[in-house]
Write a protein that binds this ligand. Structure first.
Ligand SMILES: C[S@@+](CC[C@H](N)C(=O)[O-])C[C@H]1O[C@@H](n2cnc3c(N)ncnc32)[C@H](O)[C@@H]1O
Length: 401
């Protein structure tokens, strides 16, 4: 039995303790496979390797967000991201369009919560409540540690909840949460989807094809409808079946709200373009990206790009309005990014700090870095004048969805 990459894929070796945990997770997965008659749908495999309560990548706290980890997210890259979000929240709550609560899904290390709370407090608009929903017990603990550094008056506004409360009005944040939800995988054979499942090959997990169920067939028909043409023969890709339940959870809130959903992804037409005929599933291990989800189970991150057209369609069906769809760069430029950058730059005390600030700002907005690949889908419910936000004032691309 092996957790080691196949020939050709060169990754750093995990510690012996990490390998031992991965082997225990493999045992659990083999049990799952046996109980499912020899093959496990890929979505269930992905749910287990990321969220198994003991050995899953997120649940076991293996996940590393920063330069020393496996990948880096916008809030980990620069406090400017949270500062711009705070400007947007202050605008929405300040003129009474939504209430003064904030709810963050998937708060990771707690960095974004810290930055948003600090920046809102600086402009005299600290939220009444800052709620966090995160299924990972290990990450909730990490968030508590990060937030312990805040002044007590801010810290006491933070609490952790299992779901969106019905009594909620304010702004919802989700940065790189949808891409971390388990996805289904499929391949087109003779015009129809076949489900990709996971079996045990004696030494490592292997991929097998199975008949698609009605949900997958309907999902792939939906992709064909949105892109204006059925997927071609041999096309392999993913479908995020979990995001519908996630959105339904968001719609529990009764009060007026604005939701800012940031992630990497495209419209259906772009995501399921011939160029991406092998799909967008990506794995991250210590800043190396590759496409083998069967390496180091529980020790590496697995993600897939988001279909923003699908997310928008599902949100509309739940009664949300689409306020906007912009690139991360567009949002940051509209939400005061250049001014905040200039202020920080002017206050910097030495060349090293000025250099750091410049390279962080570039990383967030440059098209070759995070600026274009990451998008914001902005939703509202019960909010008049839905699309007039500072962060949506630069190049709103809603018609591309
Ligand atoms: C890629 S990390 C992003 C962390 C953080 N938002 C950031 O930008 O640094 C994904 C986060 O989403 C959380 N997560 C996964 N599924 C979730 C769900 N259904 N609801 C809320 N959070 C979830 C994970 O535990 C983790 O904190």
């Amino acid at each position: 039995m092996s957790v080691i990459p196949e020939a050709g894929l060169r990754l750093p070796e995990p510690s012996p303790t990490a390998i031992a945990a991965s082997l225990l997770l493999i045992d659990r997965l083999r049990g799952d496979i046996e109980a499912s008659g020899g093959a496990l749908d890929f979505e269930r495999y992905m749910a287990r390797v990321l969220y198994d309560t003991q050995y899953g990548y997120y649940a076991a706290g293996q996940v590393g967000f920063g330069v020393d980890g496996d990948f880096i997210t916008a809030p980990e890259r620069s406090t400017l991201f949270g500062r711009c979000l705070a400007q947007q929240i202050a605008e929405l709550a300040g003129d009474g369009r939504v209430g003064r609560d904030v709810l963050e899904f998937g708060a990771g290390s707690g960095r974004l919560a810290c930055d948003v709370l600090t920046a809102l407090d600086e402009v005299g608009q600290a939220p009444e409540r800052y709620l966090i929903v995160d299924p990972s017990a290990a990450l909730r603990e990490r968030q508590r540690e990060t937030l312990a550094g805040l002044p007590e008056a801010l810290r006491t506004r933070v609490s952790w909840v299992d779901e969106v409360p019905e009594i909620f009005s304010g702004t919802v944040l989700a940065n790189e949460v949808i891409d971390a939800l388990p996805v289904r995988r499929f391949v087109i054979r003779q015009g129809q989807p076949r489900a990709l499942a996971v079996s045990w090959g004696g030494e490592r997990f292997v991929e097998v094809e199975r008949a698609a169920d009605a949900d997958l067939i309907a999902a792939v028909e939906g992709i064909g409808r949105r892109r204006g043409e059925a997927l071609p023969e041999g096309f392999r890709s993913e479908y995020n079946a979990s995001q519908a339940a996630w959105l339904a959870g968001l719609s529990r809130a009764r009060g007026p709200l604005a939701a800012l959903i940031f992630d990497y992804g495209w419209s259906t037409r772009e995501l399921y373009h011939f160029e991406r005929r092998k799909g967008t599933l990506m794995c991250h291990y210590r800043h190396l990206a590759h496409d083998d989800p069967y390496v180091y189970p529980g020790l590496q991150d697995i993600t897939a790009h988001v279909d923003f057209s699908l997310l928008a369609e599902q949100a509309r069906a739940l009664g949300f309005d689409l306020a906007g769809y912009v690139t991360q760069a567009g949002f940051l430029l509209g939400a005061g990014g250049p001014r905040l950058f200039e202020q920080a730059y002017a206050q910097a005390t030495d060349e090293t700090e000025r250099y750091r600030l410049s390279s962080e700002f570039r990383a967030l907005v440059m098209p070759t870095e995070m600026g274009e690949r990451f998008k914001l889908l902005a939703l509202t419910r019960g909010v008049p004048d839905s699309g007039h936000w500072m962060g949506l004032s630069v190049s709103n691309r809603i018609e591309r969805l």
